[in-house]
Design a protein around this ligand. Sequence first.
Ligand SMILES: Cc1cc2nc3c(=O)[nH]c(=O)nc-3n(C[C@H](O)[C@H](O)[C@H](O)COP(=O)(O)OP(=O)(O)OC[C@H]3O[C@@H](n4cnc5c(N)ncnc54)[C@H](O)[C@@H]3O)c2cc1C
Length: 457
Amino acid sequence: MQRDTIFDLIGVGFGPSNLSLAVRLAEEAATSRLAHCFIERQPEFGWHRGMLLDDCRMQISFLKDLVTQRDPKSRFTFINYLFERGRLNDFVNLKSFYPTRVEFHDYLRWVADAFEERLHYGETVTSSEPVHSPGSSKDIGALRVSSCDREGREWQRVTRALSVGIGGAAQVPEAFAALGSHNVIHSSTYLTSIDRVVGKATDAPRKRVAVIGGGQSAAEVFVDMSRRFPHVDASLVIRSGALKPADDTPFVNEIFSPAYTDVVYGQSKDGRRSLIERFRDTNYAVVDRPLIEQIYEMLYLQNVSDDLRHRLLANTGIEAAVRATNGQIELTLRDNLTGLARAERFDALVLATGYRRDTHIALLDGLAPHLGDALVKGDVERDYRLATPEHFKPRIYLQGCCEDSHGLSDTLLSVLALRSDEIVASLAEHAARDRPASRNSAQQKNGMSDGRMAIAL
Ligand SMILES: Cc1cc2nc3c(=O)[nH]c(=O)nc-3n(C[C@H](O)[C@H](O)[C@H](O)COP(=O)(O)OP(=O)(O)OC[C@H]3O[C@@H](n4cnc5c(N)ncnc54)[C@H](O)[C@@H]3O)c2cc1C
């Protein structure tokens, strides 16, 4: 226990965003010396494990890995990962820019393993509180970050900057919120929950499952159910008239270039919103074209064999969801074209209804009285720093929740290599200004210290 450690940076969450930051910090002696660590609630590295389906592919080129766009010569490129795993030539023979998610997950874990000593797995950050500058009742000089480990113990660390990279939280529409989680799951926990919910084919009676949503995750779950669960009849329920393809044509794809962040950021609030809306069909409620074709063929072949187990219910709105006395869920479905409503019962629901991006607000709630309305308004500088008042010195970098200000690439992998560069440049500039001469010398030498204090409960 070192009560006097003050970190230059604590990263909350260790998904691709903060992983990319860890890589960038390690690149230069000066930045690797900054005292920093990362706190991740999972017990080990995991990238959307609940949707790590065997054959699903990346929706982005492997060249947009954690580092290549900034430094193709880095040891942490996807190409070097392939080389070290002995698969470079075999991968070349695939003639694909799009590895499976399983392989990309292995790449990310391979990178994460290099940063183990800066990582605290199995701790959930629960809150952050202001720490006043010495001798000042007004100025806030640092943040006290509290976390809770898997044994229920609480820990605290003090830092001059935070990088919040906590990703999204399952979005559960109002209509389903009261149903509980017994046989209603969100796609984010699909792989870890589905066996429990539908049982194994050998011992389970036939089950009717509704998959709700018109995006990539919904389509992937629908196909997986039809393949792996012969005792399941799956219905894909979508509001729109058809599954729509994600626009990944080259001119449109330019919106995911790092340079486009400046274009979006440079607009007025309305201008930003209108750009995001214009290109929404690159990322939201859309499906990769090959997957659409696969689903179409699957439904066609059912037709040929006159075995209509799986259905695509297009133009269908869900008006109500209630639990029936036998534990099934009754959905009131309205056909948006005819206006007619009907009730259907299902044994389970998979909600592929997307993610909320506002959980950082609760995490930073303890600072709210000092932040003006920057937090609620999403007032973020170009370098991803929350715009804080003059008396509030700590820097809070937000990753993955700045779509409104920085554009559609913010929640994706597209700009990670450059975003981490921008954040580290900002961090290094401020750290040099902030750091008092009397700084703990061991900490300065290697930038590492556990630096946590146990809280007596
Ligand atoms: C199934 C799926 C597939 C995707 N595929 C692609 C793709 O092919 N290409 C692409 O560009 N984007 C893709 N995305 C988008 C995705 O957002 C990014 O790939 C990426 O995960 C963003 O990284 P992140 O670190 O910001 O967030 P996340 O990957 O969500 O990581 C956040 C981390 O923070 C941790 N955490 C959360 N709260 C706390 C807390 N309070 N304390 C401590 N730790 C916490 C979480 O456990 C998690 O590990 C996909 C998303 C999903 C759901």
